[in-house]
Design a binder for this molecule. Structure first.
Ligand SMILES: *[C@@H]1O[C@H](CO)[C@@H](O)[C@H](O)[C@H]1NC(C)=O
Ligand SMILES: *[C@@H]1O[C@H](CO)[C@@H](O)[C@H](O)[C@H]1NC(C)=O
Length: 292
């Protein structure tokens, strides 16, 4: 009997936790910053007043965007996104972490739209102290417009890892010992926006946005920054984590199976890597491209 009770309470607690996750009102963590009504927090179908889902939309006049209320200094931050369905050619949906200023740090996911049925490109970049130019691009192994999928950024003092549905697609290691700047002292906010980039986004700009399909809408849910250190001061290292440095994610780096997953993604889905672009770097690749 005892066992059954325990089982049942596990199930109940489990579903309560799930419900709590899905119940998170996005307005607790996120604020709409621009778009003049084109960005909206809406409820699930059965409850239209809560803010479970955030929708960003783009039409001929404007895009829209949101940002996190908090700034973070290190963290593991997840969000689920359903990208613009149908003909999204020419549109870019960006989701990124960024600090402010000329020597800012930034960790980017940008989703480049495409014609119906043609593959999105996930464009990634990492800036440290104002210097980016570290693009890698990927196709996905699923249609990102059919369902919500989880996009995560793990950022700790050792490395930055980008994940799609828990699969690591890119890692940027702390190589300060080789004098390569690493983001570690500027707090960053989460930002997301949708805009028109038909000068370059789809097949290098060859396919333009079809405005008869507007508005273009991307949807977000389950933003989770519970494992992130909230920073109260953008220029100092004071954050909510100073007392609990022991958090496992603060030390996380890829083990052998994580490395194998990255290799699988890079072999099968990577379509651009700045570290192999000889036309762009005829006189040698940036230092972080070579192993020590
Ligand atoms: C769009 O589809 C074309 C044709 O399949 C492909 O070459 C391109 O990489 C896709 N993605 C973007 C964003 O252009
Ligand atoms: C590698 O790390 C993942 C989590 O990222 C973990 O689930 C897995 O058990 C680890 N594998 C080994 C062999 O340690």
């Amino acid at each position: 009997m005892g066992n059954k009770m325990v089982m049942i309470s596990f199930v109940v607690v489990g579903s309560l936790l799930m419900a709590a996750m899905a119940d998170v009102d996005l307005s607790r963590d996120l604020e709409i910053t621009w778009g003049d009504g084109r960005a909206r927090m809406v409820g699930n179908n059965n409850n239209d007043n809560d803010g479970h889902i955030l929708k960003l939309s783009l039409d001929r006049d404007s895009g829209s965007g949101f940002r996190s209320r908090n700034q973070y200094l290190f963290g593991k931050i997840d969000v689920q996104i359903k990208l613009v369905p149908g003909n999204s050619a020419g549109t870019v949906t960006a989701y990124y972490l960024s600090s402010l200023g000329l020597t800012h740090d930034e960790i980017d996911f940008e989703f480049l739209g495409n014609l119906s049925g043609e593959p999105y490109i996930v464009h990634t970049n990492i800036y440290s102290q104002g210097k980016g130019d570290r693009e890698q691009q990927f196709y996905l192994w699923f249609d990102p417009t059919k369902n919500f999928h989880t996009y995560s950024i793990l950022w700790n003092p050792h490395n930055i890892i980008l994940y799609v549905d828990g699969t690591p697609i890119r890692v940027f290691k702390n190589m300060e010992s080789r004098r390569i700047p690493y983001p570690k002292s500027q707090a960053m906010r989460v930002y997301s926006s949708i805009w028109n980039a038909d000068q370059w986004a789809t097949r290098g700009g060859a396919v333009k946005t079809d405005w008869t399909q507007a508005p273009f809408v991307a949807s977000y849910r389950n933003f989770n920054a519970l494992h992130a250190c909230i920073s109260t001061n953008s220029s100092s290292s004071s954050s909510s984590c100073s007392s609990h440095q022991q958090q496992p994610w603060m030390k996380h780096s890829l083990n052998a199976s994580g490395e194998a997953m990255i290799n699988w993604v890079q072999k099968n889905f990577m379509i651009y890597n700045y570290c192999t672009d000889t036309q762009r770097f005829p006189r040698g690749f940036p230092p972080e491209c070579s192993s020590p």
